[in-house]
Design a protein around this ligand. Structure first.
Ligand code: 6AU
Length: 244
């Protein structure tokens, strides 16, 4: 359990990293700890979700390589929507190779991720070279914590660059690091391919993580905007309840 619970605005003041400050300020101002995982394969659908749900989220998470009809216009429009609605774009690329290769994957190819993403993530598995490679090109990234010990070591050694973790429960009391949790639905359960779901309340209150990442719970609902508002309210109510 955490020793002290900080409000988003208290943490924004404590953090050094400009993107962490920006995210915590957005969370405070927009009253949201919801990240939308917009895992759709049509550009039109992606942009429509970003525009309609943008007001209720702090992060839009993309898998840009699943679009059937990608063009550079899509990422330009995503950037415009990020400015319009004030959210951060997180490309969930899960880099996992040697430094030189991840540099190319980040800045070259079809997607030119470093031109439009605020945030990317990486596996700690390949060792420090992955950090050094990414660091030369992009300013912000998150480590995936399938191996918590390595993830924490890497994050602490690179706190000018790493802003947090993808994890299922809080890994560290250090208020500089944001904890973001996928596998969230309003009702617990799973899918047919091994995904496990827990609730916003469980993630924010019991596991004391900071951000809920929600995909199909919103995108496959009958009314995605109304459902996103439900998740926003459930996630934020759980955060507010930490102070009572
Ligand atoms: O809510 P869902 O199940 O529709 O989507 C969950 C999203 C997907 C996954 O690629 C991602 O969260 N994810 C991740 C991330 C964010 O890195 C890690 C993980 O362990 N599990 C997971 O589902 O876009």
């Amino acid at each position: 359990t955490r020793k002290k619970v900080y409000t988003h605005s208290e943490r924004a003041a404590l953090c050094q990293h400009p993107l962490t400050q920006k995210l915590l300020t957005i969370m405070d101002m927009k009253k949201t700890n919801l990240a939308l995982s917009a895992d759709v394969t049509s550009s039109k659908q992606l942009l429509s979700l970003a525009d309609s749900i943008g007001p209720y989220i702090c992060i839009l998470k993309t898998h840009i390589d699943i679009l059937d009809d990608f063009s550079p216009d899509v990422t330009a429009e995503l950037r415009a929507l990020a400015d319009k609605h004030n959210f951060v774009i997180f490309e969930d690329r899960k880099f996992a190779d040697i430094g030189r290769t991840v540099q190319h994957q980040l800045s070259s190819g079809i997607y030119h991720i470093s031109r439009w993403a605020d945030l990317v993530n990486a596996h700690p598995l390949p060792g420090p070279g992955i950090i050094d490679g990414l660091k030369q090109i992009i300013k912000n990234f998150i480590i995936i914590s399938y191996s918590p010990t390595e993830a924490i070591e890497m994050a602490e050694a690179n706190s000018d660059f790493v802003i947090g973790y993808i994890c299922q429960s809080r890994l560290t009391d250090n208020p500089q690091f944001l904890h973001m949790t996928p596998g969230v639905k309003l009702v617990e359960g799973g899918d047919s391919l091994g995904q496990q779901y827990t609730t916003p309340e469980d993630v924010i209150r019991r596991k004391t993580c900071d951000i809920i990442i929600v995909g199909r719970g919103i995108t496959e609902s009958v009314d995605p905007v109304a459902t996103a508002i439900h998740y926003q309210q459930a996630g934020y109510a759980a955060y507010v309840s930490l102070f009572h």
